[in-house]
Design a protein around this ligand. Structure first.
Ligand SMILES: Cc1cc2nc3c(=O)[nH]c(=O)nc-3n(C[C@H](O)[C@H](O)[C@H](O)COP(=O)(O)OP(=O)(O)OC[C@H]3O[C@@H](n4cnc5c(N)ncnc54)[C@H](O)[C@@H]3O)c2cc1C
Length: 356
């Protein structure tokens, strides 16, 4: 039998960021990952501290941004790959009123380090932006497919990866430990993204008739080739347009709570192309399309931690639409909670849903 500190189930950004905490503190662990399409793999990978619809900061923005940029830079060095690209983000204004709202927002204490107050004039004829742009600071893009691939290779080299579906039926808990196959572990972290809905240890809805805490939210992006667009910043209007190089741009995303499959749909292509045609003036061709399932929650906050029935079975999930940005800081908080007894923020503690 192999004796370890942690089993980690799922290698999206939740699993990776928690593994990095374990490594930092010299804890032993084994990861199970099914290798199926994940949210992290198809994510746009944007690091963005601001809700650009309303010009408000995301919850805990400063701490998430500070941790995530450092995390991806350090991880790039460790894995010897380039995961993070600093890239400006421009919000396209729709009206004078939006310009004014932007300037008011940029003056607020919690947003002044993220929103540049100046209104930037549009000089690119391929973009329809008569009211110009506002620039968001401290933004960038993570190459998430490279991240998953490189991290898996790293774990494989160190004999820490089991490339298989975790079989919940094989997990047994005694007073002192968890036993699964040939592994004895102190704790298990369930970080399966939207698939946590199939986890039999996941607590039932808090009240009868209420829904599962995890709400899958499907997102699709199209990839376009647009040689005349010539954009080097991420653009945000009703969609994001993200330059990937070689005249290829990622454009999206859609949001759907009806369809839980990871198949791409014609409906999404049509909706995205129609929105895009309202933002750009030049020719473009759709060259690819991707889909993934975001693990979202009713109150738009993640859920972390364990329930009273078992302190050894720990959940790290509900990363929603911004997991790439928030995961490094959340993983730190979860680790400190589990190993040093520090309280979790009540907004993200899984216990918030349950009365004891
Ligand atoms: C289209 C789209 C665009 C997005 N854009 C952004 C963005 O720009 N910026 C941002 O910050 N966030 C973005 N997000 C959100 C972000 O991608 C998610 O919040 C995040 O990836 C969730 O990570 P996760 O690790 O919880 O889940 P996942 O990435 O889904 O990983 C879960 C892993 O668990 C594995 N697994 C599940 N069950 C088992 C089992 N029983 N045994 C073994 N393995 C199992 C799966 O195979 C998978 O590898 C986007 C999401 C989507 C879908």
């Amino acid at each position: 039998m192999q004796k370890i500190d942690y089993i980690v189930v799922g290698l999206g950004i939740a699993g990776i960021s928690f593994c990095e905490e374990l490594e930092k503190h010299q804890k032993s662990y084994v990861v199970f990952d099914a290798g199926e399409t994940t949210s992290t793999l198809v994510s746009a990978g944007l690091i963005n501290p601001v809700v650009l619809k309303r010009f408000t900061p995301v919850w805990n923005a400063k701490s998430h941004i500070d941790s995530s940029i450092k995390f991806y830079k350090d991880l790039s060095e460790k894995l010897k790959v380039s995961l993070f690209e600093e890239m400006p983000m421009l919000r396209i204004f729709k009206s004078i009123e939006e310009q004014n709202n932007w300037m008011v927002a940029s003056d607020k204490k919690e947003l002044s380090s993220f929103l540049h107050p100046e209104i930037i004039k549009n000089e690119n004829e391929s973009i329809k932006a008569p009211f110009g742009f506002g620039e968001v600071r401290q933004t960038g893009i993570i190459n998430t497919s490279l991240l998953i691939r490189s991290y898996k290779e790293y774990l494989q080299k160190n004999n820490k990866l089991r490339n298989e579906v975790f079989d919940y039926n094989l997990l047994q808990e005694t007073n002192n430990e968890l036993v699964c196959q040939d592994i004895i572990s102190k704790k298990i972290i369930f970080s399966e993204g939207a698939s946590v809905r199939h986890n039999p240890f996941f607590p039932p809805p808090p009240t009868s008739g209420s829904k599962h805490l995890l709400i899958p939210n499907k997102g699709e992006y199209i990839l376009i080739k647009a040689p005349e667009l010539h954009v080097r910043a991420m653009l945000k209007s009703s969609l994001f347009i993200i330059p990937l190089g070689n005249d290829i741009y990622k454009v999206g995303a859609t949001y759907s709570r009806e369809d839980y499959s990871v198949n791409t749909t014609q409906e999404a292509t049509t909706a995205l192309v129609s929105k895009l045609a309202k933002i750009i003036n030049c020719n473009f061709k759709v060259v690819d399309q991707v889909a993934g399932i975001r693990p979202t929650t009713k109150d738009r906050r993640p859920f972390l931690g364990a329930l009273n029935e078992s302190k050894r079975k720990v959940f790290y999930n509900g990363l929603g639409t911004r997991g790439i940005t928030s995961a490094p800081s959340l993983a730190k908080e979860l680790y400190q909670h589990l190993e040093n007894g520090k309280e979790l923020h009540k907004e993200i503690d899984i216990k918030r849903y349950y009365k004891w």
